[in-house]
Write a protein that binds this ligand. Structure first.
Ligand code: HGY
Ligand code: MN
Ligand code: MN
Ligand code: MN
Length: 399
C-alpha cells in the first residue's frame, strides 16, 4: 500500500491550473470528479465499502455502516489556484491511516468510515461547506438548490447531472446518526506550528466567518464619449471600497476582511461598468464584532458610492459562528498525541459545521510558511508521514 506521500503524488497532476498556478478542482468539475474516482478506487483496494449519500458525500466503510461509528475525512475540491494539500491531505492521510491500522492488526470495536465532503471551499456555488451544511440542515435546501455557478448553472442541475436527486438533497438524520465521533486531519493554514517542534497540533476552535456580496450600481457608458464629470463609475467606487474594507478590519484587533473577488459588469476595456460585484470574506473570534465590522464596512461603502453618484447593496451569502471543537474528544486526542500543541484556526472546515451536531475534532499538520489557498502551500514528506501515523494513533485509540 502507498504511503500518504505516494498517494498525494499519484494525484499531483489532477486539476493543475496552468494560468493561475496550483490546482483548480471545483466541485463536480472534471478534476474533482477524477479525484472522487481515485478515492473510491483506493478505498475499494483496501476492502472498504463505498457509498455516496443523497448530498453527494462519499462514505468508505471499514466494517458495516452503523450508528455511532468513528468517522474521519475531508474534501477534494479546491479554491481556484489552490495548493496540493488543502483537503487531499486529510483524505490521503485517512487512507494511509487505514493501512497502518490494518498492518497493526487492529480489530475495530466499531466501524470506521472515511468521508469526502463536496464543495467545502464554496468555490463554485459560493457557500463553503455546502455538503456538510446540507447534511446537518445548516442551509435552507431551496437556497442551496438555486445557488448558481459563474455559468449560471444551478446546484440542482449540476447535482442532478452527477447522479443526485435534488428532491432528496437536504438534512439526513440517518447519516448523521452514523457519526459517533468525527476527526478531520488538515494542512495547517497559518504559522502556529512554526518551523520546528511538533509537526501535529490538535484544533481548538474555528473563527466565526462569513461571506457577503456588495453590488455597486453606476451608469454604464462609453469610455470615449463620456466626459469625466458626467460619470457614475462603479469601478472607481469599488476600488475605494476595497481599501475601506482593509481599513475597517485594521481597526479591529484579530479581525480579518478580504475582497478576494471583484467582477465588473459587463467588463469591457472600453466600457464604463454599469455594476461591480465584490465578494467580502470577514472573520473574527467574536461574532458580535464581525457584525459591527460588516455594518461599518457597509456604512463606508454607501458613503463612497454616493460620492461617485452610485448606489451599493449588501447581501449576506453565508455565515458560521465561532465554533469550539468537542472538549472531551479533543482531550482524548491530546492524550493519544502527547505533547501536541493546541491551535485555533482562522479557516472553516466541515469539522466545524459538524461540531454543532456531533463530537468533532481536528488535527493540523505543519505547513512551514503557513501559506494556503495558494500554490505555495506545502507539507514536508516527513511531516505528512507523521500526520498519517498520528491520525492512525488517534483512530486506534478511539475505535
Ligand atoms: O475559507 C475557508 O476558511 C476554508 O478554507 N474553506
Ligand atoms: Mn480545507
Ligand atoms: Mn480551504
Ligand atoms: Mn457550469
Amino acid at each position: 500500500m502507498e504511503t500518504v506521500n505516494q498517494l498525494l503524488d499519484s494525484i499531483k497532476d489532477v486539476g493543475r491550473d496552468a494560468v493561475r498556478g496550483g490546482y483548480s478542482r471545483a466541485v463536480y468539475s472534471t478534476p474533482e470528479l477524477d479525484l472522487r474516482h481515485w478515492f473510491i478506487e483506493q478505498a475499494q483496494q483496501r476492502g472498504l465499502d463505498v457509498e455516496t449519500d443523497r448530498n453527494g458525500i462519499i462514505w468508505a466503510w471499514w466494517g458495516k455502516p452503523q450508528d455511532g461509528a468513528l468517522v474521519t475525512g475531508s474534501h477534494l475540491d479546491s479554491v481556484p489556484g489552490g495548493g496540493a494539500f488543502d483537503g487531499p491531505l486529510g483524505v490521503a492521510s485517512a487512507l494511509a491511516a487505514v493501512d497502518v491500522l490494518a498492518s497493526r492488526g487492529v480489530k475495530p470495536k466499531r466501524s470506521l468510515a472515511i468521508t469526502v465532503f463536496p464543495e467545502e471551499e464554496g468555490s463554485r456555488f459560493g457557500v463553503a461547506c455546502l455538503g456538510s451544511r446540507l447534511l446537518t440542515g445548516a442551509i435552507d435546501v431551496d437556497k442551496a438548490l438555486n445557488l448558481r455557478d459563474v455559468d449560471g448553472d444551478t446546484f440542482a442541475d449540476v447535482a442532478r447531472s452527477n447522479g443526485l436527486d435534488p428532491r432528496h438533497v437536504g438534512p439526513d438524520p440517518k447519516a448523521m446518526a452514523r457519526i459517533g465521533d468525527f476527526v478531520e486531519l488538515h494542512v495547517e493554514q497559518g504559522k502556529g506550528l512554526g518551523q520546528s517542534g511538533p509537526a501535529i497540533a490538535v484544533g481548538s476552535s474555528i473563527l466565526g466567518h462569513g461571506r457577503w456580496k456588495l453590488s455597486v450600481n453606476g451608469q454604464g457608458n462609453h469610455a470615449g464619449t463620456t466626459l469625466m464629470a458626467d460619470r457614475a463609475d462603479p469601478m472607481v467606487a469599488a476600488a475605494q471600497i476595497v481599501v475601506a474594507v482593509r481599513d475597517a478590519a485594521a481597526k479591529q484587533a484579530d479581525a480579518r476582511a478580504t475582497v478576494g473577488r471583484l467582477t465588473p459588469v459587463p467588463g469591457g476595456t472600453n466600457v464604463i461598468a454599469s455594476r461591480v460585484d465584490l465578494w467580502l470574506d470577514a472573520r473574527h473570534p467574536d461574532d458580535a464584532v464581525t457584525a459591527q465590522l460588516i455594518e461599518s464596512i457597509y456604512r463606508a461603502a454607501r458613503e463612497i458610492a454616493a460620492g461617485e453618484g452610485c448606489t451599493v447593496t449588501l447581501t449576506e451569502e453565508s455565515y458560521s459562528d465561532t465554533v469550539h471543537f468537542d472538549p472531551e474528544l479533543s482531550r482524548r486526542i491530546g492524550e493519544l498525541l502527547p505533547g501536541a500543541p493546541v491551535l485555533a484556526t482562522g479557516a472553516g472546515h466541515d469539522a466545524g459545521v459538524l461540531a454543532g451536531h456531533v463530537p468533532s475534532a481536528m488535527l493540523f499538520v505543519r505547513n512551514p510558511s503557513g501559506i494556503s489557498h495558494s500554490p505555495e502551500e506545502y507539507v514536508a514528506d516527513e511531516d505528512a508521514l507523521a500526520g498519517a501515523v498520528a491520525l492512525a494513533d488517534v483512530l486506534e485509540g478511539l475505535l
